[in-house]
Design a protein around this ligand. Structure first.
Ligand code: NAD
Length: 449
């Protein structure tokens, strides 16, 4: 099939590459000149495991090309299907900004002959019906088909989805969609566009709820007699619950859950529908990055001002360069507001990028130089370099009170137990050193992130 994929971000590039691998002739359409140049030169514009290799392979087969001109490409050789994977970022007030979606849909609707149009961007319930009002000729040639891929496993998720959700007005398009996706054997939910739109939001809100629940649980477990890791392990082993998205941390900070939870809350508020659970999920998440400041205030007291703090990692996840809602973007400004001196290191980010995202912080070329002479370390990314570091050496390089705040709960407590540092995590994973000997016999409350 001849397929256009409009919008070459995380979803669009993944989809274009995967569809070309499947044997379709794919044109990736991108309006951003720098991104288009990168794609045309064979460089993946986003960081995603396996994507660069698959992009190179797809380009070598000649089944994948890129352009900024959807209409011109369609004129040369019409597309059977146009997939829309443009952004739906948060507007200033938290609602979904649908301008990219509206523009891309109007561009696709203007094509002759009329292609089949599939919108994959996440949009509030009712968006498709609203937009289709302006292009009724697409009514039977349109599907809303949300994308559920996770960054970090995007290609696999696209190729082997757990389910396909399709919102259509006419079932005539189903055979075409099955051909497009190579008839995956997973269940298909075929429904109306508005319902399919709601499936995507409801799914993301549920995942966000699991994370906020884990974080609230970790607060409840932050006493020496409770072991957060064991509690989450025990809860997650229930097959009705599962371990996924049950890891305490500094809150969900990918590009989807923050914006989608907020957008659905606004959508409901505009209709006068109360959402106490959703509001609580969002509230827990907003407060979560503040735990770092809370712990450092408790441990360093007045000394926090003008203390040197080493921030290890700026990315939300090591494998993703998506910084749109990374907790580091809240944690670092909060610590700078306390007049702390911030050194920041991230092995995947150039000093210029660190300075751009964190003005006022000092970028460091390596982990050791970031830590040397600091009074506290804050771990914000699960970098193997951080987890596997020689923590005895790092502890010796710190100055008292040598606090380590593990915002990802990724350090190995047994490696830190006897070191001259104060370890704090999200929930009480290990008693602080000063309390370690007595904590097992006489539990006492310990401040904990
Ligand atoms: N990122 C994810 O993990 C993920 C997962 C599932 C669903 N989604 C949803 O998929 C959509 C896309 O997400 P993303 O993270 O890939 O977005 P993104 O912002 O990374 O990429 C969107 C791209 O579309 C381009 N674009 C916008 N309008 C265009 C137009 N008219 N013509 C050509 N190019 C255009 C932009 O320049 C940009 O490169 C969003 O609605 C998002 O909520 C994202």
């Amino acid at each position: 099939m001849r397929v256009a994929v409009v919008g070459q971000g995380y979803v669009g590039v993944t989809g274009a590459v995967a569809l070309a691998r499947q044997g379709h002739h794919v044109t990736g359409v991108e309006r951003d000149a720098a991104r288009l140049r990168s794609l045309a030169a064979g460089r993946a514009p986003v960081s995603e495991p396996g994507l660069q290799d698959e992009l190179s392979l797809a380009l070598a087969t000649g089944r994948l090309r890129f352009t900024s001109g959807l209409a011109q490409a369609h004129l040369r050789e019409p597309f059977e299907v146009v997939l829309i994977t443009v952004g739906s970022p948060p507007a200033g007030d938290g609602t979904a900004d649908l301008s990219q979606v509206a523009q891309a849909l109007m561009d696709a609707a203007a094509l002759l002959p009329v292609p089949y149009v599939v919108l994959k961007s996440t949009v509030p319930p009712g968006t498709s019906d609203g937009l289709l009002g302006a292009c009724p000729h697409l009514r039977d040639r349109y599907a809303y088909n949300p994308e559920f891929l996770n960054q970090g496993s995007a290609l696999d998720d696209w190729t082997s989805p757990a389910r396909v959700v399709v919102g259509i007005r006419s079932h005539d398009g189903l055979p075409l969609l099955r051909r497009l996706y190579g008839a995956p054997t997973c269940p298909w939910v075929v429904t109306t566009p508005a319902t399919a739109e709601m499936v995507k939001y409801a799914s993301n809100v549920f995942l966000a709820m699991k994370i906020s629940f884990a974080n609230e649980c970790a607060r409840l477990c932050a006493t020496p007699e409770l072991n957060t890791d064991h509690v989450m392990q025990g809860v997650g082993l229930d097959p009705r619950i599962g371990h996924a998205f049950l890891q305490p941390g500094l809150g969900y900070g990918d590009s989807c859950l923050p914006k989608d939870t907020e957008a659905l809350a606004h959508w409901a508020a505009a209709r006068g529908i109360p959402t106490p659970l959703l509001d609580a999920v969002i509230g827990v998440n907003r407060a979560q990055p503040g735990l770092v400041r809370e712990v450092l205030r408790a441990e360093l007291g007045e000394g926090l001002a003008h203390s040197e703090i080493a921030v290890l990692g700026a990315r939300y996840e090591p494998w993703s360069d998506d910084m749109r809602a990374a907790p580091s973007r809240v944690v670092v400004p909060q610590l700078l507001d306390e007049a702390a001196g911030i050194r920041i290191w991230d092995p995947a980010m150039a000093p210029a990028d660190l300075t751009r995202f964190f003005p006022g912080a000092r970028p460091c070329p390596d982990l050791r130089s970031a830590v040397r002479g600091a009074a506290a370390v804050v771990v914000l990314t699960e970098w193997p370099e951080t987890i596997e570091a020689d923590w005895a050496e790092l502890a010796a390089a710190l100055v008292p009170p040598a606090v380590v705040v593990d915002g990802k709960n990724c350090l190995l407590p047994e490696r830190l137990r006897d070191l001259p540092l104060v370890y704090r995590s999200v929930g009480n994973r290990l008693p602080a050193r000063a309390e370690a000997s007595s904590a097992e016999e006489t539990p006492s409350p310990a401040p904990s992130a």
